[in-house]
Design a protein around this ligand. Structure first.
Ligand SMILES: [Cu+2]
Length: 644
């Protein structure tokens, strides 16, 4: 199997990158690697590289020296075994690492000050304590610690060996840690309620925060078995990272930050392979907690820019996470020493039944019905207490659905006074509440509809005024307005006009004479509801609009900037779009902001039933008619029934 230029780095290549940087740049034991990933070739270079007429594998690595806190970014040429570029990045904090999270947890659990503070609350077994480390935004860093690499922490306590730590918040106790020296800088200890009651330390408190069957006070209900059977195997083919299913073909990619990446998504239309998207991924996730109390005011997570969906990816299990004929792909990441780490079964590929695709009952011809099937490419991430399950689904009619399920355990803390009702959250168990928060996800959609030169049009429905040749006021028109520059490309959701965005290629016409297009159907859009002066919005201006459109640039990847950790302002989309570049009939990238406005409920406790959001990319004049007319009828006898 030959390597495709978009294939993620192998374990060997990751090791080679670390070795080259150590050898040529004096990167020693006191350094950490924040990230090592494939440097994807620019779009224009891909054809030559893919055809093998050129060979070049490059990697991007970010590392820093813990002694002086200085950060460097390297481009490593693996083909020539050299550092091609070495860039010092003063004033920048790289992404958080899993190693720091674990080292911080271990350090705090054995720190005498922490042990003493826990003891005052009746917590004496440090093996049942969990320190969860979060990153800062610049505006919240105490001035005396400016310039340091910082983490602030929550402490949690398990009620039993396998108990849920996130059910028992040690409210009002927050260590602040220098991550480079891995030392405790200070221990905030400021709970204003009754200290003995400041964590749900005992069953007597009446809190039920467990979800393991043996820790539940109730018996499990009875459920009849349900099996998915594909006796002839799966209907897709995976050749290396190239995935082919019915008319769809795409390449699977993966990196530490975006997790799953879909490359070169195309649809074979009567034998003609037509491009739909060059690259689809999640580029940022911003989760502001909307509660200014001491426990929560710092809690704004950038799960992609700070932690990385790839680094947070967890292994999937057959029969639980996915049903049917499953093919799994492993993901190869690395630790902060630059040693490769494999996540087995990180990406799932499988087919699902999806109800009725189309149907009609004719008086003479009878019923004609087709079942829909979809190809699902998915991965799951666990970011401490929360999980995000990401599903990209490809349908037989040319539709692409991107669904996210949020589940896991909500962040909670104790109410200050018994019986009080918090203004910014919901009481979910005895004496504890879950603050309101929002999950903004930024999908980076590099669509190439029948080629690179595309235009995004905003489409809006309008009603005609009553009168003239429309005496009944029935007329409904659709205004389709091309977005010409980046300023026009900043778009907001509008239910009143059923606003949507159509990506058209004016250079290619369908059989009906209209430009071919794909429509971004804006569901799951949520408003920021933040004061324009709020530091959260300053760091994440992307969430101020539902859609941004930019011309493709190889190095414009991260909408809130390359390094959001401890950042003061957003150096991504607002900086790029400041020049108001033209976006008409060119290679456009769409940044779609959607997510979950999470007004917490008691039913979300102690583990959340999946909250589901999705958006769609649907062909709109891309095909000349329903592209799923050729789907054959399915004949399936119910088990036990025999036809003669
Ligand atoms: Cu939530």
């Amino acid at each position: 199997m030959t390597t495709h230029p978009l294939d993620p780095l192998t374990a060997g290549e990751i090791r080679q990158v670390a070795q080259i940087v150590r050898r040529d740049r004096g990167v020693g034991d006191r350094w950490r690697f924040a990230s090592i990933e494939l440097k994807e070739p620019a779009k224009a270079e891909l054809p030559e590289l893919a055809a093998g007429r050129e060979t070049r594998r490059e990697a991007l690595a970010v590392c820093w020296n813990r002694e002086d806190g200085q950060t460097y970014r390297a481009i490593v040429n693996l083909t020539e075994n050299v550092v091609a570029r070495w860039e010092h990045l003063p004033g920048v904090q790289p992404n958080m690492t899993v190693d720091e999270w674990h080292e911080c947890d271990a350090m705090l659990r054995s720190h005498p000050d922490v042990v003493r503070a826990l003891g005052r609350r009746g917590i004496t077994d440090p093996s049942r304590v969990l320190a969860d480390m979060w990153a800062y935004g610049a505006a919240l860093v105490p001035p005396r610690y400016a310039g340091r690499r910082l983490g602030w922490c929550d402490l949690w306590h398990r009620g039993s060996e396998r108990g849920n730590p996130y059910a028992r918040h040690v409210t009002g106790l927050h260590p602040i840690v220098d991550l480079n020296s891995m030392t405790l800088l200070e221990l905030e200890d400021n709970f204003e309620g009754d200290l003995a009651d400041s964590f749900a330390g005992s069953g007597e408190a009446g809190v039920m925060g467990e979800y393991l069957p043996d820790l539940l006070p109730t018996r499990l209900r009875e459920v009849a078995p349900l099996h998915v059977s594909q006796p002839e195997g799966a209907g897709f083919r995976l050749d290396g990272n190239l995935l082919e299913w019915q008319n769809w073909r795409l390449r699977i990619g993966f990196n530490h930050r975006e997790g799953l990446v879909l490359h070169q998504v195309a649809f074979a239309d009567s034998g003609r392979v037509r491009s739909v998207a060059h690259r689809l991924s999640f580029a940022e996730m911003v989760v502001p907690y909307r509660d200014a109390s001491p426990d929560h005011y710092r809690r704004t997570a950038f799960d992609i820019g700070e932690w990385g969906l790839g680094f947070m990816t967890t292994s999937l299990e057959r029969g639980c996470d996915c049903l049917g004929e499953i093919t799994y792909l492993d993901a190869v990441l690395h630790d902060s020493r630059g040693e490769p780490v494999t996540v087995p079964n990180a990406i799932c590929v499988h087919e699902e039944d999806s109800g009725v695709l189309w149907k009609h009952v004719d008086e003479r011809a009878g019923a004609e019905v087709r079942r829909a099937r979809r190809l699902v490419v998915s991965f799951h991430v666990t970011v401490a207490n929360y999980e995000y399950l990401v599903y990209w689904r490809f349908y037989q009619d040319g539709g692409i659905e991107c669904e996210v399920r949020a589940t896991g355990v909500m962040v909670t803390s104790h109410i200050a006074a018994p019986g009080s009702r918090p203004a910014n959250g919901t009481v979910v168990d005895r004496g504890i509440y879950a603050p309101f928060h929002q999950h903004f996800i930024v999908a980076r959609l590099d669509l190439d509809v029948d080629g690179t030169d595309n235009t995004v049009c905003v489409t809006e429905s309008r009603s005609a005024p009553l009168g003239g040749d429309d005496p009944y006021g029935l007329g409904l028109t659709v205004a389709s307005t091309p977005l010409r520059t980046e300023a026009e490309g900043k778009q907001d959701y509008d239910w009143g006009t059923q606003r949507g965005w159509k990506v058209v290629n004016d250079n290619v016409r369908n059989a009906l004479g209209a430009p071919v297009g794909y429509k971004l159907v804006p569901s799951g859009a949520i408003p920021p509801l933040l004061d324009p002066a709020s530091p959260v919005l300053e760091r994440a201006q992307v969430i101020g609009h539902t859609l941004w459109v930019t011309p493709y640039r190889e190095d414009e990847r991260w909408p809130c900037g390359d390094f959001p950790v401890q950042a003061a302002r957003d150096t991504g989309l607002p900086a790029w779009t400041a020049g108001d570049r033209p976006i008409e009939n060119t290679d456009v990238v769409l940044w779609y902001v959607f997510g979950i406005h999470h007004i917490t409920r008691p039913e979300d406790w102690p583990v959340m039933p999946s909250d589901i959001v999705a958006f769609w990319l649907k062909p709109a004049g891309f095909f000349d008619r329903n592209p799923a007319l050729d789907v054959p009828p399915s004949h399936q006898s119910p088990p036990g029934e025999h036809h003669h």
